[in-house]
Design a protein around this ligand. Structure first.
Ligand code: ADP
Ligand code: MG
Length: 688
């Protein structure tokens, strides 16, 4: 039973089975309220109604099997590779499963337990499952066998079973509270099922058909909400209004240009001119800057921010991760020291005292520029006069979140930056009327990163190569495999990889960085790497976006076949930033035909735009590799690449609605939902 006085908007810890630790884990997944939990949908489903008998396994298949563990053992090779092997039986036949670098498996997989495995069958000395996802089954959990089982993105602190149980209890107690904000005329027109039924279906699907209907309905909801918000905003933009006003560069800007340690490229000069022209006008800028990794977007942002400060306003620089926000912060502080511009950092993990001080400086206007994560639009953050918002690596942020920041102020100038090209049709429908600038030139003296494919059997050669680079005082990254199921496993793979590399390369200074380390620690490691005190940095995929260390010339990506192309391109973009020749090694054994195609395209293609297109085309629906969005949730269901038809529908219906009822007088629930999600709707409706 649920407790009294709780609503969908109460914190998730009030759900049965959620304590402090799990609440923290949920927060990392972007689940804050009970409503968030109800809309936290499975990452994929496993059809355990039809289990593949071990006797019918065939090489190359993806299979779901249920079996008993007969034996389990673990060993470490001389090179530090940890190998776990389990012998499995389903009563008729036996098969083997093998995992690499997951030393902690031995704590859960012991002889006698029943497990559900999902993964690929490979022919190696007979058939084996290689690195399958594994779940220990518990007979007391009826949700786990004989049906379609939901698999949620897990995080430390959860077993698949416990996350299912928590979701179940939230459904039992709170599903009836979910309300439908879609106008009833639209619901009838498209014969939408009940919203509560749709939510339940996504958690406990009855079958393919009903699941798809529910899923499309919920995707429509999200896109419709967004379109309505955008159209309302556009209406307001068209109206005479107070805005941050024209911001013109002055003395500080001139000094900034003089102290910049390099010459701007022609493309940078052109784009800065476009940006400053926008900022100098009465109307708020709304500009998207697209530029490949390494094209120097940060310098453009900096120029704009200094100009904003010259114009008497504040600027906010929003990055998708703490590491990146910190990096921006330190750079800005160093570069702007001589200009007398106070720079502040605002992230979620800032100690309380620091935070208080930063908030005060932001509110009083002392702080000219604030770098931060999405903590920048926390409820307690007030700017004195925010004139410019720069959003870095835009594709990592939710559209909704960006809008929340904009709601903080009366129409500031906005510059969003991305290395991931977005097709024009999509930008139009996501952002409305947006101007686009292109940084289509890399700074002089850059060489394309030499990209190599290597098999794990060539480890000795690879180690020699790393030694060679270190002897030249160059630095290297080693990115560990991405294990989607659990951050804990990610981390333990990275730990054992570091140990292995330390053993193999005793003369090198090896360090580890991972997404789950406390922010302060990450900062120390990144700073040490930047100072050259670390030769080889072993990382989980946290270094993916934006990290800049020009002396690093080698990037090794382990299990490269498990990454999406756009991600590989981002990772590769971490090297080749300085003068020296740089290399990227894609480590991968034999893989699927699609995996092979991805890898060989990476060897021959260096243009991020071309890669993004290939990536979109290659990634069929349902393929689950690639983007993990920690904490930063955007759409829960909709997928902009796939749901274009639904997007158009939503846009049309939203336009019709606003035409008929511009103040949403007949749709109070919609107005309210917009207000809570986008922050501005009521105000918008009010001025309309
Ligand atoms: P991205 O567009 O990927 O964000 P950055 O802004 O991080 O790229 O720039 C990549 C690197 O190139 C940084 O080390 C930066 O200092 C350097 N850089 C930027 N512009 C220039 C330039 N015009 N000439 C030389 N180096 C530059
Ligand atoms: Mg960048």
């Amino acid at each position: 039973m649920r407790a009294m006085g709780l609503s969908l908007f109460s914190p998730v810890r009030f759900v049965k089975g959620v304590g402090e630790i799990r609440e923290r884990a949920f927060l990392r997944l972007g689940v804050r309220t009970i409503e968030d939990l109800l809309f936290f949908f499975p990452r994929r489903y496993e059809d355990r109604r039809n289990i593949t008998p071990l006797s019918t396994l065939a090489g190359g298949q993806m299979v779901s099997v249920v079996a008993e563990v007969l034996t389990f053992d673990q060993r470490t090779t001389q090179r530090g590779l940890n190998i776990s092997t389990a012998l499995l039986s389903d009563g008729k036949d036996v098969a083997r499963a093998v995992w690499f670098n997951l030393p902690r498996l031995k704590d859960v997989i012991v002889p006698g337990v029943r497990v559900a495995l999902y993964g690929k069958v490979e022919a190696r000395d007979g058939l084996q499952l290689t690195n399958p996802e594994v779940e220990v089954l518990d007979e007391s959990d009826p949700q786990s066998v004989g049906r379609i089982v939901s698999v949620y993105s897990a995080t430390a602190g959860f077993s698949p079973k416990s996350i299912r149980r928590v979701v179940s209890s939230a459904l039992d107690d709170y599903l009836s509270e979910v309300q439908d904000f879609i106008p009833s005329s639209i619901r009838q027109k498209y014969k939408f099922s009940d919203i509560r039924q749709a939510v339940a279906e996504l958690h406990r699907p009855q079958g393919r058909e009903s699941w798809l209907r529910a899923r499309n309905r919920l995707a429509f909801d999200e896109l419709f909400l967004l379109q309505t918000g955008l159209l309302l905003r556009k209406k307001r933009r068209a109206m005479p209004q107070a805005c941050a006003g024209p911001l013109k560069p002055g003395e500080k800007y001139a000094t900034f240009l003089k102290t910049l340690p390099f010459c701007l490229t022609m493309a940078q000069n052109r784009v800065i001119h476009e940006v400053l022209t926008d900022m100098g006008s009465e109307l708020p800028m709304n500009r998207l800057l697209q530029g490949d990794v390494g094209s120097g977007k940060t310098a453009v942002a900096l120029a704009a921010m200094v100009a904003a400060v010259d114009g008497g306003a504040q600027a906010a620089f929003m990055a998708p991760t703490e590491i990146l926000a910190q990096q921006h912060f330190f750079r800005l502080r160093d570069l702007l020291k001589e200009l007398g511009v106070q720079v502040e950092l605002l992230t979620g993990s800032l100690p309380r005292k620091e935070r208080k001080r930063a908030l005060a400086a932001i509110a009083s206007g002392e702080a000219g520029i604030v770098a931060g994560t999405h903590a920048l639009f926390g409820e307690d953050v007030t700017f004195k006069r925010l004139g410019l918002v720069v959003v870095d690596e835009q594709h990592r942020f939710g559209v909704l979140q960006k809008n929340a920041l904009l709601a903080k102020t009366d129409s500031p100038h906005v510059l969003v930056m991305t290395a991931t090209p977005i097709p024009r049709t999509l930008t139009l429908s996501i952002y409305g009327d947006l101007d686009v600038s292109l940084l289509d030139e890399l700074p002089a003296g850059r060489h394309p990163v030499k990209t190599h494919r290597a098999s794990p059997r060539q480890m000795d050669q690879l180690l020699d190569f790393i030694r060679g680079e270190a002897r030249k005082s160059r630095q290297a990254y080693w990115v560990c495999p991405l294990i989607e199921e659990s951050e804990k496993l990610d981390l333990s793979a990275a730990f054992s990889r570091r140990e292995g590399l330390e053993k193999a390369l005793p003369e090198l200074r090896v360090a580890l960085i991972s997404g789950q380390m406390p922010a302060g620690e990450k900062e120390l490691v990144m700073a040490a790497f930047a100072k050259g005190e670390i030769d080889l940095l072993v990382a989980t995929s946290v270094i993916e976006v934006g990290v800049d260390a020009p002396n690093a010339t080698l990037m090794v990506i382990e299990d490269a076949n498990h990454f999406g192309m756009a991600q590989l391109h981002q990772l590769r973009g971490r090297v080749g930033r300085g003068e020296g020749e740089s290399h990227c090694v894609l480590l991968s054994g034999k893989t699927t035909p699609e995996g092979e195609a991805r890898l060989s395209a990476m060897l021959s293609t260096f243009d991020g735009f071309a890669i993004a297109e290939l990536d979109l085309r290659q990634r069929g629906p349902g393929e689950i590799c690639g983007v993990r969005q920690h904490g930063v949730t955007d759409f829960r269901v909709a997928n902009l690449a796939r749901d274009r038809r639904i997007l158009e529908l939503a846009r049309r219906e939203a336009a019709r609605l606003i035409e008929e009822d511009p103040e949403l007088k007949n749709e109070p629930l919609l107005a309210q939902t917009l207000a809570s999600r986008l922050g501005t709707a009521l105000e918008l409706a009010g001025t309309a």
